[in-house]
Design a protein around this ligand. Structure first.
Ligand SMILES: Cc1cc2nc3c(=O)[nH]c(=O)nc-3n(C[C@H](O)[C@H](O)[C@H](O)COP(=O)(O)OP(=O)(O)OC[C@H]3O[C@@H](n4cnc5c(N)ncnc54)[C@H](O)[C@@H]3O)c2cc1C
Length: 291
């Protein structure tokens, strides 16, 4: 089984790891120049014009992924990656699978129910796999080939910053996650002041981004949101449902602040503070500021 990895940036450590059981790995690097030392055997670099969005290079990606019947194509789960995955699935008559843990010998291991169980999918042909990339690949040397591509007739004419600002949670070392324990949107300033004192980024549970719309969607963590691996994740007013916790399994330390000692997160954290966030957070902020 050969593997093709398609990615638009250097965060392919997890994709290379997923392909570990495959005999040959070809990286298709779309719009970036790295990948030589990422642990792949070969790199095809696809370069489009500056103003062409990466999604528009999907035809070039399809043209350069020569996957055969039993091969797998591992695509970085980004906005552009999902477009590539769809185009590849059509071209290869292949299914698209997500939540991939590993691939070997025509079997794909898939995490289900937020990682509580593993499903083994026996492939009957080529498969397209969506994998979250967080870390950079760091091993080996690869043969490099660079190709120019024109792609679909799409041009970027304007950039609009997302409301609330954009954030790169997958690289954040400290994250403060806020949940429905906050009663009003205005109350989030308590968490923002705490995060600022700590030098942390703000993230949230899904209801705050989808439903209440207090924060942008790229801030919510979980099985259907961002997967993060910070040194410390501080969950404030978050109950710890498995759909949320699936996104923070990579955190080195989890701290929970919750008024309910029986909240599920209390059994999943390294340090639990039982208390009202409106009392606890200002005290922690003041303590940090005083050094
Ligand atoms: C298919 C599916 C996919 C989903 N995907 C995701 C996902 O990717 N990410 C995600 O987050 N959710 C996801 N969910 C939703 C998930 O199941 C939970 O409903 C959600 O995570 C709960 O958010 P929460 O913890 O903020 O709110 P709640 O569950 O309502 O918890 C609020 C917590 O705040 C505490 N609290 C209340 N007041 C205070 C106070 N004053 N001080 C301190 N603590 C207080 C409470 O004790 C409680 O534990 C998904 C659900 C489904 C069905």
């Amino acid at each position: 089984m050969k593997a093709w990895i398609v990615a638009t940036d250097a965060h392919i450590g997890e994709l290379v790891q997923a392909a570990d059981g495959c005999e040959q790995i070809t990286l298709v690097a779309v719009g970036w120049n790295g990948g030589a030392n990422a642990g792949c055997d070969r790199v095809i670099r696809i370069q489009g014009a500056d103003e062409v969005p990466l999604e528009a290079l999907a035809p070039a990606v399809v043209a350069h992924v020569a996957a055969q019947d039993d091969d797998c194509v591992i695509v970085e789960s980004t906005q552009a990656g999902r477009v590539f995955a769809g185009a590849l699935a059509i071209a290869l008559h292949a299914p698209v699978l997500h939540s991939v843990q590993s691939v070997a010998e025509r079997n794909v291991q898939l995490a289900r129910y937020g990682g509580l169980v593993t499903e083994t999918y026996a492939t009957g042909g080529a498969v397209v796999l969506l994998v979250d990339g967080v870390s950079d690949g760091t091993n080996g040397t690869a043969l490099i080939e660079t190709v120019d591509a024109t792609g679909y007739a799409a041009r970027v004419t304007r950039y609009d910053a997302p409301v609330g600002g954009s954030v790169n949670l997958d690289q954040a070392k400290k994250i403060v996650g806020v949940g429905r324990g906050f009663k009003e949107q205005e109350d989030l300033h308590v968490a923002e002041e705490f995060a600022q004192a700590l030098g942390a980024d703000i993230a949230c549970s899904r209801p705050l981004a989808e439903g209440q719309n207090w924060l942008p969607r790229d801030r919510y963590i979980g099985v259907s949101g961002q997967k993060v691996s910070p040194d410390v994740y501080i969950a404030v007013g978050i109950s710890g449902e498995l759909q949320h916790m699936a996104g923070v399994r990579g955190a080195k330390t989890i701290v929970a602040i919750n008024s309910d000692p029986k909240a599920p997160i209390m059994k999943q954290c390294d340090l639990g503070i039982v208390g009202d966030l409106y009392t606890v957070l200002p005290q922690l902020t003041a303590a940090i500021q005083q050094g």
